[in-house]
Ligand binder design. Structure first.
Ligand SMILES: Cc1cc2nc3c(=O)[nH]c(=O)nc-3n(C[C@H](O)[C@H](O)[C@H](O)COP(=O)(O)OP(=O)(O)OC[C@H]3O[C@@H](n4cnc5c(N)ncnc54)[C@H](O)[C@@H]3O)c2cc1C
Length: 417
């Protein structure tokens, strides 16, 4: 089933009886060439590109819950390519280019909206850092513009520019940045992978890894054993737990990140805006809700839910930046489990076990990475060589220090950023 204007029209005229399920619901086979553990954004995009770019057929994605139930359906949907340091910068640049052709590629509306993202700065030091970042982004070939306060006042008049403690000095704008509908991204990749023959198996938890003399042979699951020549661990916040099944201890801590949404309002915020002095960023969804978030809970946890201290913390930061937000009623908050690495950068690599691969460490920025992560991981799985855009995402950098990309600058302590 392909989506097109003609299809929408004919379905509308014939009672919408011709729409089919987006993907099949197959029973697991005895064995596959490649088993991907985790049906989040990264697992699904990996499966899609493996089938599409490398023509591989015998692939399964095993998901313990339902497609879209993890972080891929819980994030605040920001897509940007304004990273500073080599290693990350070329990777996210690659990802944004894939985003720009994604809907046509998948034949699926993921509501990718390049509405622009503005990072505010509030001091001379922050302005200097923003100028350096802008130069680095532009040298790489992506877009970045410095905005004066006068320009900002025109574009986003509702901010509190003269806030006594954190006056706004200007902003760094990336016009090609924006948002996309998060669960549609999961559905689009799932549908695309299914059409290319990938088995998507939901309610199938991996409970063990079969490893014989240093070689992976398959997985144990809640639906029985499944053989595999290669196994890919793509489970985000659960990475440490799944890797432990192979006796591995990862340099990853799991922390909760929360998000919030208000009642639907008329269009009032038409960019993504990030406060430079507090833990707060915001955009408005196409349904009208103001979607915003802040910082991690700062203690290790697998509880994918919100709590009141963080509601207060983020709401305070929001009120400081844009007092008008106090009139909106907050409807919901939720949490997702973040796979935090010490340097804030991900891992796309082989492991010391033959046939066992790892994709993890996305911290709180892995939504924008979904296309490139799948693209580069598929390359690694199919060819056993790293993709050029993800060449520095090696696991051994935490031991050797080689290729370390400290985007966060915190070392092992996440609460110090
Ligand atoms: C509140 C919040 C806001 C965020 N905002 C942004 C943002 O604005 N921009 C951005 O770029 N990123 C953002 N992120 C981060 C981004 O959502 C994640 O980095 C990314 O989604 C993680 O990859 P994933 O989609 O594959 O994870 P997930 O969707 O969590 O996929 C992992 C899957 O593995 C499954 N799984 C786990 N264990 C097993 C097992 N044993 N067997 C089988 N399956 C298993 C899980 O059920 C899950 O579905 C945000 C995250 C949160 C929570």
């Amino acid at each position: 089933m392909r989506f097109s204007a003609l299809k929408v029209l004919t379905e509308g005229l014939t009672g919408n009886r011709g729409w089919l399920a987006h993907w099949r619901d197959p029973e697991p086979a005895e064995a596959y060439d490649i088993v991907i553990i985790g049906g989040g954004g990264h697992g699904l995009s990996t499966a899609y590109y493996l089938a599409k770019e490398y023509g591989l057929k015998r692939i399964a994605v095993l998901e313990r819950g339902y497609i879209g139930g993890g972080n891929i359906g819980r994030n605040t949907t920001i897509v940007r390519a304004n990273y500073f340091l080599p290693g990350n910068s070329e990777f996210y640049s690659h990802s944004l280019k894939l985003w720009e052709g994604l809907e046509a590629d998948l034949n699926y509306n993921v509501m990718h909206s390049q509405r622009g993202q503005i990072g505010l700065f509030h001091s001379d030091g922050q302005r200097d850092a923003a100028i350096r970042r802008a130069n680095s982004i532009r040298n790489r070939g992506d877009d970045a513009e410095l905005l004066s306060v006068a320009q900002l006042r025109k574009m986003v008049p509702y901010l509190d520019y003269d806030q006594g403690r954190f006056p706004i000095y200007g902003g760094l704008l990336q016009r090609r940045a924006g948002t996309a509908r998060h669960d549609a991204v999961a559905w689009g990749y799932a549908r695309g992978a299914d059409r290319l023959g990938v088995d998507l198996i939901q309610n199938c938890e991996v409970t063990g890894l079969d490893i014989v003399q240093g070689v992976v042979r398959g997985v144990q699951t809640s639906r029985g054993p499944i053989g595999a020549k290669k196994v890919a661990m793509v489970v985000a916040g659960r990475s440490s737990q799944v890797a432990a099944m192979a006796g591995m201890r990862l340099p990853i801590e799991s922390h909760v990140l929360q998000a919030f949404v208000t009642e639907g309002l008329k269009p009032c915020i038409d960019h993504v805006i990030s406060f430079g002095m507090g833990h707060f960023y915001i955009s408005q969804s196409d349904k009208g809700g103001l979607v915003f978030g802040g910082d991690l809970d700062m203690y290790a946890s697998y509880a994918a839910r919100g709590n009141l201290p963080m509601v207060e913390h983020v709401a305070e930061a929001g009120m400081t930046l844009m007092p008008m937000i106090g009139k909106a009623r907050m409807l919901r908050s939720w949490g997702g489990i973040m796979d935090m690495t010490p340097d804030g950068s991900p891992i796309i690599d082989k492991t010391h076990i033959e046939g066992l691969y790892l994709n993890a460490g996305w911290c709180y920025g892995g939504f924008k990475a979904v296309p490139a992560s799948g693209h580069c991981f598929a390359h690694l799985l199919a060819t056993d060589r790293p993709h050029a855009a993800a060449a520095r995402f090696r696991l051994d950098r935490f031991r050797s220090g080689r290729g370390l990309m400290d985007e966060e600058g915190t070392g092992a302590q996440h609460n110090l950023h």
